[in-house]
Write a new protein. Structure first.
Length: 192
C-alpha cells in the first residue's frame, strides 16, 4: 500500500472514507439494488415462459392422447365393418349348409347331398377368394418351407423330382399375403 491510498479525497468530508471504499460501497449498493429491481422482472418473465411451455406441453400431450384414442376407435370400427361385410356374404352359404343338415336321408340319395355340398364349397371359396383368400395347392411345385409343411416323403427315381411336392394332405391358405396355414404335403426324395 502506498501513502496516497489511505488519504481522503480532496473535498470529501471526514468519515466518508477513501475513493476505493466509496466505489466498493456504491458497487455493493448498486448490485444489491440491481439484483432486487432488475432480477425480479427476468424471474417473472422466466416463470411466465415456463408456465406457457408447461401449458403448451400439457395441451399437446392431451391432443396426442385424444388422437391416439380416436385412431384406435376408428381402427376397431373399420375392422368390425370389414368382418360384418364378410359375414354378410357368408350368410347365404350358411343357409345352404343348414338346408343340407336337415335333409331326410331316407328320401335323399347320397349323390344329391354330395353335389349340394360341392356347390356350397364352391360358393364359399368364391366368396372367400373375393375377400382375399388364396389357396395353396402346390402339387408338382418345388417344396417351399415358407409355404409348405412336409408331413411325409416318398422315394423318386428321377433326380429332377427331388424336393417336389407329390401330394397334398391339407391345402394351405394365405390371406392378404399373410400365411394362415401352410399346405401339408408329401415331398418326393431322390436317394440315387
Amino acid at each position: 500500500m502506498s501513502a496516497f491510498e489511505n488519504q481522503p479525497t480532496p473535498g470529501a468530508a471526514e468519515g466518508e472514507g477513501t475513493p476505493d471504499d466509496t466505489l466498493a460501497s456504491d458497487g455493493d449498493g448498486a448490485d444489491a439494488g440491481a439484483e432486487g429491481a432488475v432480477a425480479s422482472p427476468p424471474d417473472a418473465d422466466v416463470q411466465r415462459q415456463l408456465d406457457e411451455a408447461r401449458d403448451k406441453h400439457l395441451r399437446l400431450a392431451a391432443e396426442f392422447e385424444n388422437a391416439r384414442r380416436r385412431w384406435a376407435r376408428e381402427r376397431d370400427e373399420t375392422r368390425a365393418r370389414a368382418q360384418a361385410d364378410l359375414v354378410k356374404h357368408l350368410i347365404d352359404a350358411l343357409d345352404d349348409i343348414g338346408r343340407f343338415a336337415h335333409v331326410d336321408p331316407a328320401t335323399t340319395d347320397s349323390a344329391t347331398i354330395v353335389q349340394g355340398v360341392e356347390m356350397v364349397e364352391k360358393k364359399l371359396m368364391k366368396l372367400l377368394g373375393n375377400a382375399g383368400l388364396e389357396v395353396i395347392d402346390p402339387v408338382g411345385q418345388q417344396f417351399d418351407p415358407a409355404l409348405h409343411e412336409a408331413v411325409a416323403t416318398e422315394p423318386t427315381p428321377a433326380q429332377e423330382d427331388d424336393h417336389v411336392v407329390s401330394r397334398v394332405y391339407q391345402q394351405g391358405y394365405r390371406f392378404g399375403g399373410q400365411l394362415l396355414r401352410p399346405a401339408r404335403v408329401v415331398v418326393k426324395q431322390y436317394n440315387g
